[in-house]
Design a binder for this molecule. Structure first.
Ligand code: FAD
Length: 257
């Protein structure tokens, strides 16, 4: 809300369909087309969308950039949350959970003891755990029904923690293509992306696809992109507010400009 208080219009739930390029080096050199049919002319654009989405958005203005973005692979995962009565767990649960290395050849990536890690995640007499399923290249099991994933998660904690109790609660959350994979060649892809972006001043990329998947990395990427955009926009003279146009519909006038 502090942005809106400073005159920034925040619009949520409006998917972007395409980024177009207008005259190079001029003010308002980008036009953003939305799924609603609206368009915005802009000096600067930050795409914080997944790389495969960004590839489609900029596909018409830079084929090489789009192709390189599409090369970044993504893994899907599912999280099974299980709650148990505290008295049903003999394991001391000292710590916050554990990770399972790929060499173990198991479908489980990790198990976190959420109620140990964070306050107020479960009532005092209960324990909440999250079992992470799915690994890049081994995601076929994620297509199964919730019951199957819950059974897998229960088998995991039975084996690792000796918990055989019936859960008080079980929930499945799926994250399709949620985690970019920095596979061999990633740095080369980043170099190509940076090279392509030199042709598009004011167009910047942020998000977890490039230089770190953790939330602090994503925040840093967003801040760097904001600074980069600010530099480009302030170098263009004279500064003006963004303009929204509404395509060819004559009943709708520009909101401001
Ligand atoms: C299961 C799981 C657990 C994780 N746990 C942790 C953790 O414990 N700690 C940690 O630091 N990190 C964790 N991560 C990693 C971290 O959460 C992610 O890397 C980070 O949230 C990604 O942020 P992002 O902004 O790049 O992407 P997203 O949050 O995916 O944002 C991309 C946005 O783009 C929007 N979008 C897509 N298409 C369009 C379009 N056409 N027009 C407009 N908008 C569009 C989407 O709606 C979405 O809001 C976890 C990730 C997963 C999947």
């Amino acid at each position: 809300w502090h942005l809106e208080a400073r005159g920034v219009e925040v619009r949520l739930g409006v998917p972007l369909s395409r980024v177009e390029r207008r005259s190079i080096g001029a003010n308002r050199q980008y036009r953003l087309r939305f799924a609603t049919g609206e368009a915005i002319a802009a000096d600067g654009v930050i795409l914080a969308t997944p790389a495969f989405v960004s590839a489609e958005l900029i596909g018409t203005i830079d084929h090489e950039l789009a192709a390189t973005l599409r090369e970044i692979p993504y893994a899907s995962s599912a999280i099974v949350s299980l709650a148990f009565p505290k008295e049903a767990i003999a394991h001391p649960l000292e710590g916050h959970g554990y990770l399972v290395p790929r060499a173990e050849h198991r479908p489980v990536l990790a198990c976190t003891w959420s109620s140990r890690k964070w306050a107020d995640r479960a009532p005092d007499d209960a324990v909440l755990m999250r079992v992470f399923l799915g690994r890049h290249g081994q995601e076929s099991l994620l297509g199964g029904p919730d019951d199957q994933l819950i059974a897998l998660a229960q088998a995991e904690i039975r084996r690792m923690l000796g918990i055989d109790a019936r859960p008080l609660l079980s929930r499945v959350h799926r994250w399709p293509r949620g985690m970019p994979q920095y596979t061999i060649g990633h740095l080369d892809r980043l170099a190509t992306i940076a090279h392509c972006l030199e042709e598009h001043p004011g167009l910047l990329l942020a998000g977890n696809a490039y230089r770190g998947v953790g939330l602090p990395d994503c925040i840093a990427a967003g801040e760097a992109a904001a600074q980069g955009t600010h530099q480009v926009v302030t170098a263009l003279a004279p500064p003006r507010a963004a303009t929204i146009d509404h395509g060819t519909d004559p009943r709708r006038s520009p909101v401001y400009g």
